[in-house]
Design a protein around this ligand. Structure first.
Ligand SMILES: NC(=O)c1ccc[n+]([C@@H]2O[C@H](COP(=O)([O-])OP(=O)(O)OC[C@H]3O[C@@H](n4cnc5c(N)ncnc54)[C@H](O)[C@@H]3O)[C@@H](O)[C@H]2O)c1
Length: 347
């Protein structure tokens, strides 16, 4: 295969590139390397994943911007699939600069779809959407408070299905731009222009993730713990997320590519599911058990539109893609602790 991975220098993107590079496929990684600048995660980090990919002869690295439709058309001319991970990724940044958020997430995704539609090689398009497209509707699901976590009340225990409304509720600019892009991707698939799939991802974590307070909280917690820095918890720390290790996510993408004709235009909630949930407080306990260390904590107000509980109902991905997460939070955190420990100079 020949693939184009937008955001190939990012966390998810670099894992996608590496997965296919190891299989012997030809991969083009496209990135404008903006993450470190925008999220202040350090100049050295900007190129870390990019340089990591330099070891593969079958990876071509293209520095460029998804807002440039002509560039995308040139790169997509002869590929079999486009895995679109590039994006403005932080809710906080979208509140400060909604225009850039809109241009990167909506126009950038539209450019990807058009490049695929016009390509001679009929590439599939896989889009990294987010649970944030459900906005505040998630917070209308009743929750119960337990000692260290919130939990969905009876009747909602299997998590959020794809059919939850994305409408008639509050969002953030990030939620709006991702939702607009998500609907475009579905529509190109449903109208048989392009074989598309939308992956509404929850909390993805893994090695080579440069998490900050604004995005990538699991990595941010691991890095702070191992470097002895204090952590701020927004809310009470009992909010719950389902964690999905990045390699499991890439397997879901690959499973779709094997079934692209049958399921074009579909949406998949993609997370760790009920089995792989943790609250923020519980993750700190898991980290302490793994490292013997614990960051000093301070608590601050809840962030806008934060969800008390988000758990993906992964039944549809399981059934249609024959996919199942394999890496438990305990195992995933162990791998991250070891990667951060070996690369402390970066932090
Ligand atoms: N990590 C998660 O938990 C999570 C959850 C839900 C959705 N997502 C989505 O998954 C995708 C990947 O997220 P990630 O965690 O790997 O983030 P990331 O920031 O590590 O990767 C995104 C990459 O896109 C690049 N980029 C940004 N704007 C660009 C532009 N205009 N042109 C070209 N490249 C550009 C950045 O430089 C970065 O390398 C994003 O679309 C994000 O919204 C991530």
């Amino acid at each position: 295969m020949r693939l184009l991975v937008t955001g190939g220098g990012g966390f998810v993107g670099s894992h996608v590139v590496e997965y296919y590079a190891k299989k012997g496929d030809e991969v083009i990684a496209l990135d404008n390397l903006s993450r470190a600048r925008i999220l202040g995660s350090g100049e050295r980090n900007a190129r870390y994943n990019w340089e990591h990919l330099g070891r593969y002869d079958n990876v071509e690295r293209a520095e460029g911007d998804i807002r440039d439709g002509g560039l995308l058309q040139r790169l997509a001319g002869d590929v079999d699939a486009i895995i679109h991970t590039a994006g403005q990724v932080a809710v906080t940044t979208s509140l400060k600069d909604p225009r850039t958020d809109f241009e990167v997430n909506v126009l950038g995704t539209f450019n990807v779809l058009e490049a695929a539609r016009l390509s001679k090689s009929n590439p599939a398009v896989l889009f990294c959407s987010t649970n944030k497209v459900y906005g505040d509707n998630v917070n209308k699901i009743p929750v119960e408070e337990l000692k260290t976590r919130y939990t969905f009340a009876q009747g909602h225990a299997s998590g959020v299905p794809e059919g939850l409304s994305t409408d008639l509720c509050e969002h953030t600019p990030y939620g709006c731009s991702k939702l607009a892009a998500d609907i475009y991707v579905q529509d190109y698939g449903k109208r048989h222009e392009v074989d598309t799939a939308v992956f509404r991802m929850s909390c993805i974590y893994g090695t080579r993730q440069f998490g900050t307070e604004d995005q990538g909280w699991v990595a941010h917690f691991v890095i702070a713990t191992l470097t002895g820095r204090p952590l701020t918890i927004f809310g009470d720390g009992k909010q719950v997320r389902d964690l999905l290790y990045v390699e499991d996510l890439v397997r879901a993408y690959d499973a779709f590519l094997g079934r692209r004709d049958r399921y074009a235009g579909e949406v998949y909630n993609t997370g760790g599911g009920v089995k792989n949930t943790t609250s923020l407080l519980e993750l700190l306990d898991l980290l302490e058990a793994e490292t013997g260390m614990r960051s000093e904590l301070c608590f601050s107000d809840w962030r806008p539109s934060d969800q008390k509980v988000y758990i993906s109902d992964i039944a549809k991905a399981r059934k249609e893609l024959g996919w199942e997460p394999k890496v438990s939070p305990k195992e995933g955190i162990k791998r991250m602790v070891s990667w951060v420990g070996e690369n402390k100079r970066l932090f």
